[in-house]
Design a protein around this ligand. Structure first.
Ligand code: DX5
Ligand code: ZN
Length: 227
């Protein structure tokens, strides 16, 4: 699927992207099926290296396992230093979209260009303290901008409203007109409308889905607030 997924994602907005961080990895196939049954079309995978963030999750092995289970779009959020060293491996594992953090690289532009030249969608992420100005020059090189509404590293944190103004700010910049806007962290039925009102198209949600018995009800209750 790779980069051709991008225009489809824009058409399907607003969309909920389950973050698999809190899923039951012992029953990964069942979890992916439950999400497919809830009409999910894009999965969000959080890669943490214990260096860029004080938490450690998984790498390309899990991306590959998810890829083997589904044709859904696989959106890989790299919270790691030196992401450029591993872009090829995440691509080979099946990532459709690869997002790097602006804070993790000296110059995001060549990394975004190499993600695109492989054929994947290229995303640039910023943590709450990082201003939009830090990614202004990267926007023309990116397909997606990921605005973190919590500090990257852990699920289950409280949504930080202060970041909402970043979305229209990105949209107004050169290269921001067509970019996909993704919001990640603390998205739930109480916060989702604030995100879409500010222009978010892709809403990543972990706790709001995986702590509920019915993923379908959890997702529908969020979409019900914005549709
Ligand atoms: C945080 C991750 C998020 C996180 C979202 O660093 O990037 O994707 O799993 O989880 P919730 O929805 O619980 O904030
Ligand atoms: Zn994430």
């Amino acid at each position: 699927m790779r980069r051709t997924c991008l225009s489809k994602l824009a058409e399907q907005a607003p969309a909920i992207l389950p973050s698999l961080l809190q899923c039951d990895f012992g029953h990964l196939a069942d979890e992916v099926q439950r999400l497919a049954d809830a009409n999910v079309h894009t999965l969000h995978l959080d890669v943490m290296d214990g260096v860029f963030v004080p938490n450690f999750t998984y790498g390309m092995t899990i991306v590959k396992a998810v890829r083997s289970l589904t044709d859904m779009v696989v959106d890989v959020h790299l919270m790691m230093v030196d992401p450029q060293k591993y872009i090829q491996q995440f691509y080979d594992a099946g990532a459709d979209i690869i997002t790097i953090h602006a804070e993790a690289v000296e110059d995001a532009r060549p990394v975004l260009d190499s993600i695109k030249s492989l054929g994947a969608g290229a995303g640039i992420a910023i943590n709450p303290p990082t201003p939009v100005s830090a990614i202004a020059e990267s926007l023309p090189h990116a397909d997606m901008a990921l605005v973190m509404s919590v500090n990257a590293g852990f699920g289950g944190q409280k949504f930080n409203e202060d970041v909402l103004t970043k979305l229209p700010e990105i949209r107004s910049l050169p290269g921001g007109e067509e970019i996909l806007l993704e919001m990640d962290g603390g998205v739930n039925p109480d916060t989702i409308k604030k995100c879409t009102d500010a222009g978010a198209q892709l809403l990543v949600a972990g706790s709001a889905i995986f702590k509920q018995d019915s993923y379908t009800d959890a997702i529908d209750s969020m979409l019900g607030k914005v549709n």
